[in-house]
Design a protein around this ligand. Structure first.
Ligand code: HEC
Length: 358
């Protein structure tokens, strides 16, 4: 009896820990995420976020688990006031009612064709990606001529969404840096490719590795590529193959070629195949990475103003993903207060029941 109670207690404690672990830390591709400092209790920010969303996002994205009048109530405005952000129309061609779900404007099928992917419903993105990710995502669109819309994104590589906030933010170009990589770590960084190449030449050594049964095995270490190549060549043999079957093996290519020449019978089918278990690995390499983004053309908003816009949108999406969070902390406090009061009565009751038992 006692043991099972301890087990239950332990299970309870473990469940609490699982609940505490933060939800989905969405992948940012290793990019540093600036904190969004989302505050869903800031009602004016929520309202501004709702307006921006209607103007810049809802053409493509729906928030179809939410209703306009719920947003109005939570942002502290009347149903009449929230009508200002409704631009979609219902079947009778009247403005969508305030009690309706927040649909998008473009048909999903067409959107999928235009953008490669259909714009997803964003009702839950505040939870799946998290506020920090959304905040950084909306701020880090940059020019990339190789992409269909001419933009890419630091936290969402090869993104299908155009930079819809470009008129407000302006245009950002990537500024590159050249890292000298050694065993997966950046040893030095340079702003110019030439400087990086020069430094690379000084550092570069060549390892000859053998691919054995036990994986890669280091067999030689050379300062110049020529030495490494010569070593590999000295270890390479040449098989003469006819119809996939090995006929003979030679130490040099010249010998193998001579053999093929000396055997004139249908020699068009002979093949000389180099055979070596060795390969050359360069000790360092240059990786071209985006160091930061630079505003090259100003938008309608200054940088701090744009940060606020993105902050408002992030707040709004974070709120939409769980409207109950506005009230949840209050539930918690009330529940604890109730338990506290209940405890006093339960304790008094217990005293009363056990009064005569000794
Ligand atoms: C022109 C259509 C369009 C508009 C307008 C638009 N988006 Fe998108 N958005 C997309 C598409 C398409 C994707 C999917 C990208 C992909 O998967 O490559 C996307 C993806 C996203 C995602 C990532 C979803 C995920 O978890 O993968 C977020 C967040 C997002 N959009 C937010 C916004 C916000 C906020 C706005 C308004 C400022 C906005 N979008 C405006 C088309 C649009």
């Amino acid at each position: 009896m006692k043991l099972s109670m301890i087990k239950m207690l332990l299970a309870g404690i473990m469940a609490m820990f699982i609940a505490i672990v933060p939800t989905a830390n969405a992948n940012s591709g290793g990019v540093y995420l600036e904190p969004a400092n989302a505050n869903v209790h800031d009602k004016t920010s929520l309202l501004r976020g709702a307006k921006y969303f209607a103007n810049y996002c809802q053409g493509c994205h729906s928030l179809k688990f939410s209703r306009y009048n719920r947003v109005a109530a939570d942002a502290g405005v009347s149903d009449e006031q929230i009508k200002a952000i409704i631009f979609t129309r219902d079947e009778d061609d009247k403005p969508t009612k305030t009690g309706a779900l927040m649909e998008n404007a473009i048909p999903t099928k067409d959107a999928a064709k235009w953008f490669g992917t259909a714009p997803p419903d964003l009702s839950l993105v505040g939870r799946s990606r998290g506020p920090d990710w959304i905040y950084n995502y909306l701020k880090s669109f940059h020019t990339d001529d190789s992409r269909p819309f001419g933009v890419n994104n630091l936290v969402f590589k090869s993104v299908g969404m155009p930079n819809v906030l470009a008129t407000l933010q302006g245009q950002q170009d990537p500024v590159y840096r050249y890292d000298i990589m050694h065993h997966g770590h950046a040893e030095k960084s340079f702003t110019s490719e030439e400087a990086a190449k020069k430094a690379l030449e000084e550092e570069l050594t060549f390892d000859v590795v053998k691919l054995g049964l036990m994986g890669k095995e280091l067999v030689g270490h050379y300062q110049t590529k020529k030495e490494a190549v010569d070593f590999v060549a000295s270890k390479t043999s040449y098989n003469v193959v006819l119809n996939k079957a090995k006929i003979s093996s030679f130490a040099t290519k010249a010998e193998a070629d001579d053999y093929v020449k000396a055997n004139p019978v249908d020699n068009s089918n002979y093949k000389v195949v180099p055979k070596s278990a060795y390969s050359i690995v360069e000790s360092h390499e240059i990786a071209k990475v985006i160091d930061h983004l630079e505003l090259v053309k100003a938008g309608k908003q200054s940088a701090p103003e744009f940060d606020r816009t993105v902050h408002d949108l992030t707040n709004y999406l974070t709120y939409i993903s769980e409207p109950a969070q506005l009230h949840r902390t209050m539930y918690g406090i009330f529940t604890l207060l109730f338990l506290f009061v209940f405890f006093i009565f339960a304790y008094m009751l217990k005293k009363e029941y056990w009064k005569d038992v000794h």
